[in-house]
Design a protein around this ligand. Structure first.
Ligand SMILES: O=C(O)c1ccccc1NCC(=O)[C@H](O)[C@H](O)COP(=O)(O)O
Length: 207
């Protein structure tokens, strides 16, 4: 079954609701310019209260090694998501399981990028908007995604309860990722949208 990552979590209540409703992974944004930024200590407190089957994902944008270490040293469960221009060498250097996010610039050749980031546990594909590293709420052309890849694909970018079913059937990704499409306001999740998104993604009935 498809896995669902709910990203941009800033509080325990939202994390627990997403998990109770069927989320598989919870993402925390450690990019200080983001309205969804969370302090490392608070994020680690939340992660310590999550069930063991949940994957906590720590998202960074061109962070320093000390910033990454300050988070991941707090708990061995973290998977890191590199959402900036980090090279394969830099991503590999941490020796942790990682997701590489690629923003779908018009000239991006996904086959080349998949080969470059062969050390990634998964590749997250997100919309490209100049000057905005992520959480854009915008959809990209899913037709650009190769039908087969050695890397598991996580589809992101402008997903909502209304388009997620079509996204899953068009792309057949390993997982889907959402942030803005399930928010009440930046950094606060809308529980109805979270539940509807997860149920639509997984093809569950709401009865
Ligand atoms: O959420 C942010 O503010 C953010 C800032 C900088 C880099 C990445 C960021 N978010 C990434 C995500 O939450 C999602 O993985 C992805 O971008 C999809 O977001 P959305 O289109 O809002 O669903």
């Amino acid at each position: 079954m498809i896995r669902v990552k709910i990203c941009g979590i800033t509080n325990l209540e939202d994390a627990l609701f997403a998990i109770e409703t069927g989320a598989d992974a919870i993402g925390f944004v450690f990019y200080s310019k983001s309205p969804r930024y969370i302090e490392p200590n608070l994020a680690n407190e939340i992660v310590n209260q999550l069930p063991p089957f949940i994957t906590p994902v720590a998202l960074f944008v061109n962070a320093s090694a000390s910033e990454v270490d300050a988070v991941v040293s707090g708990n061995s469960r973290w998977v890191v998501q590199f959402h900036g221009d980090e090279s394969p060498k830099e991503c590999d250097s941490y020796g942790v399981s990682y997701i590489k996010a690629l923003r779908m610039k018009p000239e991006l050749d996904l086959r080349v990028e998949f080969d470059r980031y062969i050390g990634a546990s998964a590749i997250l594909l997100d919309a490209y908007k100049p000057g905005v590293p992520g959480g854009t709420g915008e959809v990209f052309d899913w037709g650009r995604i190769p039908k087969s890849s050695n890397n598991p694909i996580i589809l992101a970018g402008g997903l909502t309860p209304s388009n997620i079913s079509q996204a899953v059937s068009s792309v057949s990704p390993y997982a889907v990722d959402v942030s803005g499409g399930v928010e009440l306001a930046k950094g606060k999740k809308d529980f109805v949208k979270v539940r509807d998104f997860i149920f639509e993604a997984k093809g569950w009935s709401k009865k």
